[in-house]
Design a protein around this ligand. Structure first.
Ligand SMILES: Cc1cc2nc3c(=O)[nH]c(=O)nc-3n(C[C@H](O)[C@H](O)[C@H](O)COP(=O)(O)OP(=O)(O)OC[C@H]3O[C@@H](n4cnc5c(N)ncnc54)[C@H](O)[C@@H]3O)c2cc1C
Length: 430
C-alpha cells in the first residue's frame, strides 16, 4: 500500500487551505444568492409595478366609460339620420348616428333625446323630446315619431315638430340633439316584477324597456299591455309580437279597440277593447308589481286612478307624460280635495301678459305650465321635467319657486314653467 507522507506543517497548511477554500466558496455562494434574490426582488417589483400600471389604466378606462355613460355630453351634439323607416300611418323611426363618429353613451331604458329643430321661417329653434325606442346600441339611437294630429273637432294644424320629422327630415340630414335624459326608466337591477302599460305612441319607451330586459337576460316576470285601434296604427308591431319568443317571462296582451277586418284575435291581438285595470285584475295574480305607464292623457288618468282604487301605492306607479296634447299630471286626490275645500284666497293671481288671460293659482295645478294650459294659454313645452328648457318664459313681475331640481338653465328674470309654481301674484310673458 503506498504510504502517504505528510509533514505536520503541510497538514496544517492543507487544513487551512481547505477551510479557506470552503469559506471562499461559502462567501461566493452568499454573494451569488444575494445577487440572485436582489435580481428576483427587482424582477418581482418591476412586475408588480407593471401590474399596478395596468390596473390604473384599466380603472381609468372603466372610469372614463362610466363617466361617459353617466354624463353623456354637454349641450348639443350633431347626429346624422342614418335611416328613416316608415312604421305605420304617419309614423317613422329614425336611426341616428353621431356625426363625430365617437362613442355614444348608454342610457336607461325609458329615457328620451331632446331635439332642437330649425323649422323653415322660424327664428327660434323648436325643442321637442322623443323617447329612445330601442335598447342601448353602440352605433346609433332610434326614435319613433308619430305625427301629432290636431285636437278633435278643431281646425288647428297638426303638430309642428312631429310633422317636420315625418315630412321634411330625410336620411343624411344632420340634427341637433341633447344627451339622453329623464327620470322615467326601468331599473334593470331591480327584481320586482313589472307591468308595462302603453297606448298608441306611448309604446316607444316600453319597447326600449322590453329590449333592455332581453339584452340583460333578465328572468323577471313582465306583463306588457298595449292598446291601439287596430294593427294599422300599431307601430313597431312585428317587433312587439317577436318579444315573447325572445323573453319567455313576458306576458304580452294586445288590445285593439277597433280591429281591422284582417286582424285576427289570438293571432294579431288578444283582447277586443281598451287596456283597462279590470283586464289586469283578471290576469295578474296580485297588484304587487311596479307599473310603468305611457299613453294618451285620458288613458293615463283613467289607469292611474283605477290602479289607486285597486290599492296600488303611488310609489309603484311610474309614468311619462308625452307633450302638450297629452297627459296633465294627475293631481293627487288630497290636492284636489284641498282645492275644493279651500281655494287659495285672492293673492295668487297669475296674469299672462301676451294673451291677456288671468287665472288664480290652485294646488290642483301641478305646475305653472298646467295653470297656463288649463286656461288655454300656450307655452312651448318639451320634456315637462325641467331638462330641455323649451318652457322658459320671462317673468314680468313676481316670483316663482321650483318643485324639482332642473337640468336646464333658467336665466334671471325668467322661469321654467313646467317645474315651478308662483310664490304670490305673478305676471309672465305668455
Ligand atoms: C319625454 C317625452 C317623450 C316623448 N316621446 C315621444 C315619442 O317617442 N314619439 C312621439 O311621437 N312623441 C313623443 N313625445 C311627444 C313629442 O315630444 C311632442 O310633444 C309631439 O310630437 C307633439 O309635438 P309637435 O311639435 O308635433 O306638436 P305641437 O306643434 O306642439 O302641437 C301640439 C298639438 O297642438 C295642436 N295645435 C296646433 N295649433 C294649435 C293652436 N293654435 N291651439 C291649440 N292647439 C293647437 C296640434 O294640432 C297638436 O295636436 C314625447 C314627449 C315627451 C315629453
Amino acid at each position: 500500500m503506498p504510504s502517504f507522507n505528510l509533514s505536520s506543517s503541510g497538514f496544517v497548511f492543507l487544513i487551512g487551505y481547505l477551510l479557506l477554500g470552503g469559506f471562499v466558496v461559502q462567501l461566493a455562494l452568499v454573494v451569488f444568492n444575494s445577487f440572485r434574490s436582489a435580481a428576483h426582488a427587482r424582477a418581482a417589483s418591476s412586475l408588480a409595478l407593471e401590474r399596478l400600471a395596468l390596473d390604473v389604466r384599466t380603472a381609468r378606462l372603466r372610469f372614463d366609460s362610466v363617466e361617459q355613460e353617466r354624463s353623456g355630453w354637454n349641450g348639443i351634439r350633431k347626429f346624422t339620420v342614418a335611416k328613416k323607416i316608415a312604421e305605420c300611418a304617419d309614423t317613422f323611426s329614425f336611426h341616428l348616428t353621431p356625426h363625430d363618429r365617437r362613442p355614444i353613451p348608454a342610457f336607461k331604458p325609458g329615457q328620451y333625446l331632446t331635439f332642437q329643430l330649425t323649422l323653415p321661417g322660424q327664428a327660434k329653434p323648436l325643442v321637442r323630446c322623443y323617447s329612445i325606442s330601442d335598447c342601448a346600441r353602440s352605433t346609433h339611437y332610434r326614435v319613433t315619431i308619430k305625427r301629432c294630429p290636431p285636437p278633435p273637432k278643431t281646425e288647428h294644424p297638426p303638430g309642428r315638430g312631429s310633422s317636420f320629422f315625418c315630412d321634411n327630415i330625410k336620411e343624411g340630414d344632420i340634427l341637433d340633439v341633447k344627451a339622453p335624459a329623464g327620470h322615467f326608466f326601468l331599473e334593470l337591477e331591480k327584481e320586482k316584477a313589472a307591468v308595462l302599460i302603453s297606448g298608441g305612441v306611448g309604446i316607444t319607451p316600453m319597447i326600449a324597456m322590453a329590449h333592455a330586459l332581453i339584452e340583460a337576460r333578465s328572468t323577471r316576470e313582465v306583463w306588457f299591455f298595449f292598446g291601439s285601434r287596430g294593427s294599422e296604427d300599431h307601430m313597431l308591431r312585428a317587433e312587439t309580437l317577436a318579444l315573447t319568443q325572445k323573453y319567455p317571462k313576458l306576458n304580452l296582451h294586445i288590445c285593439y279597440s277597433r280591429p281591422g277586418k284582417d286582424d285576427v284575435i289570438d293571432r294579431d291581438f288578444q283582447h277586443e277593447g281598451r287596456v283597462t285595470v279590470e283586464l289586469m285584475k283578471s290576469l295578474l295574480p296580485s297588484q304587487n308589481y311596479n307599473f310603468y305607464l305611457c299613453g294618451p292623457g285620458a288613458f293615463m288618468e283613467t289607469i292611474t286612478d283605477d290602479l289607486r282604487t285597486w290599492g296600488v301605492p303611488d310609489a309603484a306607479v311610474h309614468f311619462e307624460a308625452f307633450g302638450p296634447a297629452s297627459v296633465k299630471k294627475t293631481a293627487k286626490p288630497e290636492a284636489k280635495a284641498a282645492f275644493t275645500a279651500a281655494p287659495f284666497a285672492g293673492g295668487q293671481l297669475i296674469s299672462f301678459a301676451k294673451s291677456g288671460q288671468t287665472t288664480s293659482w290652485s294646488p290642483a295645478h301641478a305646475t305653472l305650465l298646467d295653470a297656463a294650459e288649463a286656461c288655454g294659454v300656450r307655452i312651448e313645452a318639451g320634456c315637462r321635467a325641467g331638462n330641455c328648457g323649451a318652457c322658459l318664459v320671462a317673468i314680468k313681475s313676481g316670483e316663482v319657486e321650483y318643485l324639482n331640481d332642473h337640468g336646464a338653465e333658467a336665466e334671471a328674470g325668467s322661469c321654467l314653467a313646467c317645474i315651478c309654481k308662483p310664490k304670490g301674484a305673478l305676471t309672465i310673458d305668455a
